[in-house]
Design a protein around this ligand. Structure first.
Ligand code: ADP
Length: 496
């Protein structure tokens, strides 16, 4: 075990991210940033976070200080950002405000598609974050960036280091939360990035004639991490590499998979703010009540109290394999199970969900919404959790499901493979199937239903094992500290 290392280190680790729960969230990225920096901070690492100040940013925290008119520089000339500081559980969090970019109805897109100026919005964000840091007295030890929205930061750092001694001892870590989202834009926007022309190359930010912000990070970051060991291996292959596997293979030595954790203070049947009744592995009565309440809340058929309810929570996208589930809904309905799908996404998938709900009233429930409280209640009230993802960098919902005593039925990919021990292993916590095919998925679900129906003791034992799994952030945080150490976090020298 690596010792927490606060006292010996003075210099900051700055997290730069486009989402952080509870201030902003569209998916797992928000959850991770809501937990990892704070865990490190509590372990003594001087962590701080920088994120955009969206209209949707929810915060009841008092702004302690505003840094006005931070110049963001070329190519915007006199354009500036205001930066608000709050303190969140003791840790500094900085919000970058520029109304024309972030004061909008959504984070990245509307139902019609991505905001047309997302490149400009996040180039600005990267530059503003670095301009803000540059105004501080001391440079951070590490800037830890997340996903394409912050992908240019490692590139800027690379070039700034040559020009400005302030950055000499600052290195970058980049975490890939999903390789499929790359921030790929027209080459015209390269000029807006303000990067030198030499960055326009295979070993820079150029990708088949376009600007690719994720690729920038993969080429320039000191270390690259991703969110599970299996996904770290998978993305080196053509099948999962999203066109960047060859770039990643050049960085294989600097690529590490660190499994995400669960914020048990937020997610769990003993702690959740949203359940009608709390419960635990020692006292499961509440889970039954949560199921009854869910049936009432969603207007499902009362006979489902005695039948398994299968829950799905996630973006309705191909990645999540929702279409694989849709293919087997009629067969599952013949087996008299309940299905609840909570999610929004592609219109065709949303429409399919609504059609099933109309066709199987009381047995198929479709909620096309993003609603955190219902996500908790669905985790608690379902008997099993469906996750037929085609790929899954880590996946948080299956870990939440395990903790709510709701065994996951999932594809054997990425983080799902790393977090679920599959039936019939004696230590099984859920079910996994190998190929993303409806037939294999159906077979696994039927196995689960059969066990639920015919062997309640074995089912209960599996539930208990899942609830006892410990995916707390502490362990992952230690692994990140190790990465920072390798970059010279502790001794002041820095290896890029
Ligand atoms: P990803 O980040 O790929 O979307 P994860 O499983 O890592 O998938 O994280 C998804 C997070 O988003 C979880 O916290 C999950 O509960 C939440 N989530 C996704 N869709 C919804 C929804 N429709 N309503 C509420 N929460 C949702």
């Amino acid at each position: 075990m690596i010792q927490p290392m606060g006292a010996e280190v003075e210099r900051t680790v700055f997290f730069v991210t486009s989402e952080m729960y509870p201030f902003s969230k569209t998916g797992g990225l928000g959850d991770v940033l809501g937990a990892l920096p704070l865990t490190l901070f509590r372990m003594g690492v001087p962590a701080a976070v920088i994120l955009p100040f969206y209209r949707l940013t929810s915060s009841r925290h008092k702004i302690l200080q505003t840094y006005y008119n931070i110049p963001v520089g070329y190519p915007w000339g006199p354009v500036t950002a205001d930066v608000h500081k709050i303190v969140f559980n003791g840790m500094p969090v900085y919000f970058i405000e520029r109304a024309e970019y972030y004061d909008r109805a959504a984070y990245y897109n509307t139902p019609k598609g991505d905001y047309f100026d997302n490149a400009e919005r996040f180039i600005f964000f990267c530059r503003a974050a670095l301009s803000f840091i540059r105004n501080l007295e001391e440079a951070p030890a590490v800037i830890h960036c997340h996903d394409w929205q912050t992908g240019l930061i490692p590139a800027y750092l690379h070039y700034y280091r040559n020009a400005d001694s302030f950055w000499q001892n600052t290195s970058s870590v980049f975490t890939v939360h999903n390789l499929a989202f790359q921030g790929r834009f027209s080459s015209r926007l390269f000029v807006d990035s303000g990067l030198p022309s030499e960055a326009w190359s295979f070993s820079g930010v150029e990708y088949f004639g376009d600007l690719n912000m994720l690729k920038a990070a993969l080429n320039y970051a000191g270390k690259i991490t991703t969110v599970s060991p299996s996904y770290a291996r998978e993305i080196l292959t053509e099948k999962f590499g999203c066109g960047l596997d060859s770039v990643l293979r050049t960085r294989e030595r600097d690529l590490v998979g660190i499994l995400n954790g669960v914020n048990y203070a937020v997610w769990g049947p003993e702690a959740s703010r949203y359940l009608p009744r709390l419960y635990s592995g020692q006292d499961m009565a509440g889970k039954k009540l949560c199921k009854d309440a869910l049936i009432l809340e969603l207007g499902m058929s009362p006979h489902l109290r005695n039948r398994p309810i299968l829950g799905f929570i996630g973006r309705l996208r191909e990645q999540k394999g929702i279409d694989i589930l849709y293919k087997i809904v009629p067969e599952l309905m013949r087996r008299d199970v309940g299905i609840v799908v909570l999610g929004e996404g592609d219109h065709t998938f949303e429409a399919a969900s609504e059609r099933f709900a109309a066709e199987y009233p009381g047995r198929f429930s479709s909620i096309i919404k993003y609603t955190e409280p219902l996500a908790h209640r669905l985790h608690a009230g379902s008997d099993a959790f469906l996750m037929p993802s085609r790929y899954e960098p880590c996946g948080l919902t299956q870990m939440y499901a395990l903790h709510y005593g709701t065994p996951p039925i999932a594809t054997a990919v990425g983080g799902l493979r790393d977090t679920i021990t599959p039936w019939p292993h004696s230590e099984a916590t859920g079910f996994v199937f190998r190929d993303s095919s409806p037939e294999d998925f159906l077979e696994s679900i039927l196995q689960a239903v059969e066990l639920w129906e015919n062997n309640p003791e074995a089912w209960a034992a599996m539930v208990r094992r899942g609830m006892e799994k410990d995916f707390s952030w502490q362990r992952s945080a230690n692994a990140y500290i190790e990465i920072y150490r390798e970059l010279g976090f502790a001794d002041g020298s820095v290896y890029y």
